[in-house]
Design a protein around this ligand. Structure first.
Ligand code: GLN
Length: 494
């Protein structure tokens, strides 16, 4: 089936003329029409635009001028501004916002010929780990526990719509953003590869801001090689983002073929969660064995400040969010609720426009930044963040990359952990430290647990060394031979 192809295979087939971009897009448009009403992976579907883009790709292919992603159907997380296409950030406050401009990352993908099928669902303002906080409804994970077709699982978050859409074969790849794990954890929950590049590798310009010192765009796909192709297009210096790094974009696809012979892979001893399921422990050991078999040396390392990662993140991220979200006040854009005076207009707009989790983050953030508490919380968190970064810098003096689980568990059921924000935040325990340090990290599917759900391994690399991350991830992908498919997917509606 066309919808089962990898991006790499489809790009070759399009060039050979095995099928047209229009046929490839139509197959995915049909899959979206059949399955999105159930999965709710898209907030906005742009099928007509997609078919026009596919026709343009066919013309470019015929003229021999096609970009690397010509005719490849993608989903765009609804946090990326897309010119003329509604961009909601999963929030009522931006329900009717149509940006007049295109984010730099999506402009890069369009430059390379990609086809956009629509805007993918997400936790409101990317705050969450389950996609349960979207104002546009929950997303269903297309995977099912063995023997339980009823229970609806979460796809992870915040980029859960992107992950569900790729897993269910509604698209071949997707963009996500990762602030504390929002690409890696949904990739793990949906059996996909997904990479958060080094902070600064992809431009944040035109991406709705959550926590500006942590936010980083990155791709999802069904293979490591496909992520390499997507990231190669998305990345690059952008003068419009002052934190964008002016480095050449390496050939990530070539890096996937490097192998790991002679590399040193670190095992951080602090990444052992209490009550981590045995299947996750076993997969981690298995992953290390795969790398050893491929010629890497495995080395124990220590990241002593890991235990402060979550606490620090949940101060820094809400602090930046409370500041970034101050702009949604009902005056210049987004939703407005009228009031008797300006203060009441602000209050009523923000009360009506923001959901409970976003309000909680704004309150935490405002509190930790307030006079009298700033030193005790925000300033101290910044100091601990520096120590977390130092841990990684020291570890990377001894090893080339680290291998850890991506998340402590497989996907959980919708509704679980909803009444306990702390339990929800604990999902991010393994992903947050790399975010705090700004280093690249990728989740790659390693196997299934006893319930038939995917589990992910996380490969963490040195700053700007995504190439080694891709090389290590590719070895894991090859050794794992992960070929399981979700119960709900194009052509198969369970
Ligand atoms: N789950 C984390 C949070 O809720 C991370 C979200 C993200 O990376 N955008 O903040």
């Amino acid at each position: 089936m066309l919808t089962d192809l990898t991006i790499t295979a489809a790009a070759g087939a399009l060039r050979r003329g095995d099928f047209t971009a229009r046929e490839l897009t139509q197959a995915h448009v049909d899959a979206v029409a059949a399955l999105n009403p159930r999965l709710n992976a898209f907030i906005t579907v742009t099928s007509e635009r997609a078919l026009e883009q596919a026709e343009a790709a066919d013309a470019a292919l015929a003229a021999g001028e096609a970009g690397v992603l010509a005719g490849i159907p993608l989903a765009i997380k609804d946090l990326f501004c897309t010119a003329g296409v509604r961009t909601t950030a999963g929030s009522r406050i931006l329900e009717h916002f149509v940006p007049p401009y295109e984010s730099s990352v999506t402009a890069n993908l369009l430059r390379d010929g990609a086809v956009f099928l629509g805007k993918a669902n997400l936790d409101e303002f990317a705050m969450g780990s389950s996609n349960m906080t979207s104002a546009f409804g929950r997303v269903e994970n297309p995977w099912k526990r063995v023997g339980d077709a009823e229970a609806m699982l979460v796809p992870g978050g915040s980029s859960g719509g992107s992950a569900a859409a790729v897993a269910a074969r509604l698209v071949m790849g997707a963009t996500g953003t990762d602030t504390g794990g929002s690409i890696r954890q949904p990739a793990a929950f949906c059996g996909l590869a997904g990479i958060k590049p080094t902070y600064g590798r992809c431009s944040r310009w035109g991406v709705v801001a959550f926590a500006s010192s942590l936010d980083q765009p990155g791709p999802f796909a069904r293979t490591v090689g496909d992520c390499a192709l997507l990231l190669g297009s998305m990345a690059g210096f952008d003068a419009k983002d002052s934190t964008s790094v002016d480095l050449a974009v390496p050939d990530f696809a070539a890096a996937c073929r490097r192998g790991v012979a002679g590399l040193r892979i670190g095992v951080p001893r602090e990444y052992r969660a209490d009550a981590m399921p045995e299947a996750m422990e076993r997969l981690w050991r298995q992953g290390l064995q795969w790398l050893r078999d491929a010629g890497a040396a495995i080395v124990d390392v220590s990241l002593p400040h890991t235990k402060y990662g979550l606490a620090t993140y949940y101060i820094v991220a809400p602090a930046e969010a409370s500041s970034n979200l101050a702009r949604y006040d009902g005056v210049r854009f987004g939703r407005r609720e009228d009031g008797h005076d300006l203060t009441e207009l602000y209050e009523r707009t923000r009360a009506a426009g923001f959901g409970a989790e976003v309000q909680r983050r704004i309150m935490i953030g405002t509190y930790v930044l307030s006079a009298g508490y700033y030193d005790a919380y925000y300033l101290r968190a910044q100091k601990v963040r520096a120590l977390i970064l130092r841990d990684f810098t020291e570890a990377f003096g001894q090893v080339d990359a680290l291998l850890t689980p991506t998340a402590p568990t497989a996907a959980f059921a919708q509704g679980e952990k909803m009444d306990d924000p702390i339990a929800m935040y604990l999902n991010d325990v393994f992903t947050v430290p790399a975010s705090m340090a700004g280093v690249p990290a990728m989740s790659v599917p390693g196997g299934l647990d006893a319930q038939g759900l995917p589990l992910g391994l996380q490969v963490i690399g040195r700053p700007y060394d995504e190439e080694t991350v891709f090389a290590v991830s590719q070895v894991i992908e090859d050794a794992a031979g992960f070929s399981a498919m979700p119960a709900i997917r194009a052509g198969v509606a369970a």
